[in-house]
Design a binder for this molecule. Structure first.
Ligand code: ZN
Length: 361
């Protein structure tokens, strides 16, 4: 899961640290034989073995976009994203034997070929960061599962902390996912929503990396999880202009261009953006590209919200109401109406709607 990735590795040898490998300690143990299952009573998915890929979560029936498929309590919480082994060990002390067994039944990215990784760290990387990189590297190339190998493969952001979730952590990756995960601080639960209409039998997927990045950068981020992605955005025929992979690559490139172009004028400087020629068209194109990519996530909700606010500044009430309604819908469908700042989205819609009514009277 996308959390606590390594910093750049270069220059200073990692080999010396092998004598103090955390995997020589009691934190290392065989992978549990526990057969993973979906939560008791969950009507949406089941877990099945996938040849050469471990396990996956598969839809038991057609699932509509916006459906909350899962809520999940954290199994092991580390209160800092730049975790060390000692932090995971401290958290693991609180687990019961059954919970520890469950923890060690999750997937692990250990056993990787060390020659596929840089063997040196830049000399400027020191202290805690150097220790963190060494520990994660050793967990990755160790022949056995460890607290660290499980944590770095499965941890998800949880506010300012990182946590492993017993069920959400089992959902596999796609760069073109059909599900979205979010930590809901009000519920103190990880929530998983469908961001596409998912047909019965399809695998549920998240993106573990920034899905807007291009393929080689995504592949580097995913290397930390010990696999190469074979989703339709990665494994399709990128040379065929008609293929999804080719069109997706072009869309992601353009998304990055537009993100760079609009970033400084979003947020606090949106008023300036509203007066900048071309800004609205750039946001509209950005929204269109995210929709074509199937990225009905909070990224799309935020673009619609900014478009609504720009329309409000320009007293364009009709488009303002439409964009605000889209922002509320996407926000609700990817995170839920009980997500922490959902009210802010509804407030914007209500305000612009009332202004549109006043303008017509
Ligand atoms: Zn992929």
């Amino acid at each position: 899961m996308p959390c606590g990735l390594d910093g750049a590795i270069d220059m200073l040898s990692l080999k010396n640290s092998q004598t103090s490998s955390p995997n020589n300690s009691t934190t290392s143990r065989p992978t549990s034989k526990l057969t993973p299952k979906a939560p008791e009573g969950n009507p949406y998915y089941e877990i099945r073995a996938i040849p050469d890929k471990g396990y996956g979560c598969f839809a038991l029936k057609d699932i509509k976009r916006g459906t909350r498929i899962l809520t999940d309590k954290p199994l092991l919480i580390v209160p800092k994203p730049d975790y060390l082994l000692e932090d995971i060990e401290e958290a693991a002390k609180k687990l019961s034997p059954e919970e520890l067994e469950l923890y060690f039944s999750l997937s692990s990215s250990h056993g990787q070929d060390p020659t596929k990784w840089p063997s040196r760290v830049h000399a400027s990387v020191q202290g805690r960061e150097l220790q963190r990189i060494r520990e994660q590297h050793l967990a990755r190339i160790s022949p056995t599962t460890s607290l660290t190998s499980i944590f770095q493969t499965n941890c998800m952001e949880m506010g300012l902390s990182a946590a492993v979730f017993p069920h959400a952590s089992r959902i596999n990756h796609s760069c073109n996912p059909n599900c979205n995960f979010t930590w809901n601080a009000l519920l103190a639960l990880e929530t998983v929503h469908a961001i596409a209409d998912i047909p019965a039998g399809a695998e549920l997927t998240f993106s573990y990396c920034d899905m807007t990045k291009e393929k080689t950068l995504r592949a580097w981020e995913l290397k930390h999880y010990g696999f190469s992605c074979d989703c339709r955005a990665c494994a399709g025929d990128g040379g065929d202009p008609e293929s999804f992979a080719h069109q997706s690559a072009e869309r992601r490139f353009r998304i990055h261009e537009l993100d760079r172009a609009t970033k400084v004028l979003r947020g606090a400087r949106l008023g300036e953006g509203a007066r900048t020629p071309g800004f609205v068209n750039q946001l509209l194109e950005l929204a269109q590209l995210h929709r074509e990519e199937g990225d009905y996530s909070i990224r799309l909700a935020r673009i619609y919200l900014d478009l609504a606010l720009v329309c409000e500044i320009a007293s364009d009430w009709k488009n303002g109401v439409e964009c605000a309604a889209n922002a509320v819908k996407v926000k609700r469908e990817c995170q839920g109406a009980d997500s922490p700042d959902y009210d802010k989205y509804e407030d914007v819609l209500r305000r612009i709607y009332l202004k549109s009514k006043a303008a017509m009277s």
